[in-house]
Design a protein around this ligand. Structure first.
Ligand SMILES: [Zn+2]
Length: 238
């Protein structure tokens, strides 16, 4: 007999965490792709790390971390009532009497607890769910997404600070032609996480991470070698 979704969930309870007020919760966009709760399949919030993944990326996160329990958030458009009269606009305005009929599509949000790797699913809310899971999900749903906080901070920042390096950017006519695509590190074979030096046109890879992933440090080495010649300004391509 295969375990039921509820049995699976109970067996993984130690992997579920209740977020604390200091935890950053990302719940409106996939960390890797551009998926949102309105994308097909919705978003999966990892109930251990509180990072969020679209349906194409959640399996990767499971393989990397082993975290099995997710909150799936899906938003689907609500059906529009058919008896809604369509009025012809008489004013070039939106949302006022006589103007264009402005109706934002309404979305209905649904929540499920999903357990990988089999995507066993339980509806949320549900009375049978363990207390710990209910508390974790409630905390996530009432939290303001970290993305939104960052956006708000960006909008309300008094004015964008312009880097002093950009104001004094010197560009060397080195004869280097930067191709519009097909970038590769000048010193190794990396083709992702690349940095373009805006002074001399060198394309080099990014920092090596603590776990050995990332680049081969070629951009930072170039910076250290040339730091006295004002090559501090880079464009980062993902
Ligand atoms: Zn490199």
């Amino acid at each position: 007999m295969f375990p039921s979704p509820m049995e699976l969930l109970r067996s993984h309870l130690s992997r579920v965490r209740i977020p604390e007020p200091t935890n950053r919760i990302y719940k409106s966009e996939c960390c890797i792709s551009f998926d949102t709760p309105r994308s097909e399949g919705g978003l999966y919030v990892d109930l251990s790390s509180f990072l969020t993944f679209g349906k194409e990326c959640v399996g990767w996160n499971y393989e990397k971390t082993g975290n099995p329990v997710y909150l799936r958030i899906q938003q689907r458009p609500k059906p529009v009532p058919e008896d809604r009269p369509l009025k012809k606009p008489t004013l070039l305005a939106i949302g006022v009497d006589g103007g264009f009929d402005y109706q934002e599509t309404n979305y209905e949000e649904t929540h499920n607890i999903v357990i990988l790797p089999d995507y066993a699913s339980l509806p949320f809310p549900s009375v049978e769910l363990p207390e710990k899971v209910r508390l974790a999900v409630d905390a996530i749903l009432i939290a303001e997404g970290a993305e939104r906080k960052e956006q708000l901070a960006a909008w309300t920042a008094e004015k964008k600070k312009v880097s002093a390096y950009v104001m004094n950017l010197q560009q060397i006519n080195s004869g280097v032609v930067v191709p519009p695509s097909g970038w590769k590190c000048c010193k190794c074979d990396k083709t992702d996480n690349l940095w373009l030096n805006l002074t001399d046109g060198m394309i080099l890879c990014g920092r090596r991470n603590w776990d050995g992933s990332g680049g081969n440090n070629h951009a930072i080495e170039h910076y250290n070698e040339t730091v006295s010649s004002s090559r501090e300004t880079w464009y980062h391509s993902c």
